[in-house]
Design a protein around this ligand. Structure first.
Ligand SMILES: [Zn+2]
Length: 322
């Protein structure tokens, strides 16, 4: 049952907002600070496969809010590893919308950090992986596999890496246990969940799982803040990071998502939840941020929140309230 206790905090000068306190909405900041390896670096990592919508705004609220509350830094990373679905016009629009909202990355903006521009980084990581793990070519299509889990049927075939073949890495049978900053203690068994991980797909694209794990390692990301739809990827990313030589896994925080009227996660073609649409309807940036925060229950509806003030949503400074 949702805990409806409220804390009153100040968001702007003379402006008070009541926060709904729910342990699944806000991390315990002191405990979080104690578990993250210093320096605290988190990232905002959109894919230019569509326009920004309220779901991205929720993520930005968490990323900037928690980073600022803990004196951490925010890295911007354009996750354009999927060269088929990504488009330059989406990238330009998401940067413009982010600036309009007022969320300023500490690094990664100039020059812009794009996954597509650093194939050598992933090549090098793959070479490193070959030294310690069984890396092999796989010719199975999604249809051949027929589900999320790959059964390893090409593992012992000795196929050569070639155009039209993917590359996988064999996963051990270890149970991955980790402490999510909101969801608490979780354990996952990647070998059972997904089987040997696809590193590069049959079209020659680095996969999401591989690219983000390599990037989080080389960019020293110590706190990953993302939506709860990605929680099942966490164990495999921790395992892969260790195989790539990472000593301390980042801390993960999976926050609630906005759902549409049908209970589905917001999609790229978000219609009335698109930042562009909300802008053109005359709303201000603080109003849009306030709507996103209210949609996940961080605040009551109708409270504009400036991007520079989102840390107040997490600091839980109690003021005398009504
Ligand atoms: Zn295969």
């Amino acid at each position: 049952m949702r805990d409806r206790r409220k804390w009153i905090v100040r968001t702007e000068k003379g402006n008070h907002v009541s926060l709904i306190i729910n342990p699944l909405l806000r991390p315990h900041l002191t405990a979080l600070a104690a578990t993250v390896t210093a320096p605290l670096v988190t990232r905002f990592a959109p894919s230019p496969t569509g326009y920004l919508h309220l779901g991205h705004v929720v993520n930005a609220i968490y990323v900037w809010g928690i980073a600022r509350a803990l004196n951490g830094r925010v890295l911007l990373r354009v996750e354009d590893h999927d060269r088929i679905r990504c488009r330059p016009e989406y990238e330009a629009a998401l940067l413009e919308d982010l600036a309009w909202l007022g969320f300023e990355p500490d690094f990664g903006l100039e020059p812009l950090l794009r996954q597509s521009e650093i194939p050598f980084v992933y090549e090098q990581a793959l070479e490193g992986l070959r030294a310690t793990a069984h890396v092999y070519a796989c010719e199975c299509s999604r249809k051949d596999i027929g589900g999320e889990r790959y059964d390893g049927r090409c593992r012992g075939r000795g196929l050569k890496v070639a155009t039209g073949r993917g590359i996988r890495v064999q996963l051990g049978n270890d149970m991955e246990k980790f402490e999510d900053a909101l969801l608490g203690r979780l354990s996952q068994l990647p070998a059972e969940q997904c089987g040997d991980l696809l590193v590069r797909d049959r079209d020659g694209h680095w996969t999401y799982q591989f690219a983000v794990t390599v990037d989080d390692l080389r960019q020293n990301v110590t706190l990953v803040i993302r939506g709860a739809d990605l929680v099942s990827s966490t164990g495999r990313q921790i395992l892969l990071a260790r195989m790539l030589g990472r000593r301390n896994a980042p801390v993960f925080l999976h926050h609630p998502l906005i759902h549409d009227d049908l209970g589905e996660k917001l999609s790229k073609s978000a219609g009335d939840t698109g930042v562009r649409e909300l802008r053109s309807s005359g709303l201000s940036a603080p109003e849009v941020i306030g709507i996103a925060a209210a949609r996940v229950g961080l605040v009551d509806p109708g409270m504009p929140i400036h991007a520079s003030e989102v840390s107040r949503l997490f600091e839980q400074r109690v003021l005398p309230g009504p």
